[in-house]
Design a protein around this ligand. Sequence first.
Ligand code: SF4
Length: 341
Amino acid sequence: MVSSEFAFELAVCQWAERAWSPAEDAAVLVARQFGTKHRRWDTIVLECDPAGLRDRAKFGVESFDSDLLHVLRNAPADWTYYRDALPDPGYPWRYVRESIHEAADRDAIETRKRGNRIEIRRVRPYPDWVRRIIAIENKPDLTASAARNLVPQLQRDIALSLADEVWVATETTDERVEPILLADLPAAAGVLTIDPEQATAEPVWQPRSLSVEDPGTRILDRPADDTSAARFEYVDTDWKRERRLAIAERAYARGWRAYADTMRPDCRHFQLSADETGVFPHCAAKECLPTAAECRGRCPSYEPEPPAWRSKAWPLDGGPGKAIQRLLARRRRRQRPGLSE
Ligand code: SF4
């Protein structure tokens, strides 16, 4: 049994990064813990166009939000007054001007002033780099009540169809029939059983490909009884396209190793342990894989690195805490070909 949901989540991410088999010759990127305002997914796998992913790297590792993407994707090849070049955003133009300046500060577009007018020009086209988005819900210990709670979430994901596939990952058991297959989950959701000890996974139920190019349905309220009507609203394809790209952008920037940003690698007990299944955080004081929630400044066992570790007595710049963060950042970069150091 894994020690926590966090440990399970890291095992799923390591496995997906190593062994996810995408359709065609796609490059794979993995990220964890985000989605939209309405829905947070545990693990996200992006299947990317390899050439597009390299072109995306030319824009740097930082993500672009929807407003910046609006500018980037519509920036013209030749100098044009920005209001002639960009479609009406549906919100005040002054916010567009802010995004233009931010994009220019990041060297993603060029700007110049002609009289009172701001003209823009692209530096390079923003590539079409995301092919498919796979959302995985992690439930290491799928009890009957956890399965019941999961059903409405999966129904919402399937109705909205923002991701191309939705999966549930659970820890493999010794049962002849995996208990998750007996849970009444929607048939469109796939099921993965994970063996964290061996770092292997088996798809025991294949998902249906969802219609990401069609309008979706957001279920606002689904009453428990069968007599009351559910409340829902439609979401159009433009909204979905925009959201998908914004999700992919954040996944590109963060990946799944960003746990080092919120945990305490500067604690003297923080270590990275590596075996054939991957690299995991390890707490030498508690002799376990600490969760992101417990490995914080308020942890009663937290002890800062001794100052000597950060100075000449330590062979690496900034001490072991900084070295761990650099190592994780390097590994994150390795999955994003074309990024400059
Ligand atoms: S002692 Fe606490 S803060 Fe330090 S590594 Fe362990 S869990 Fe993290």
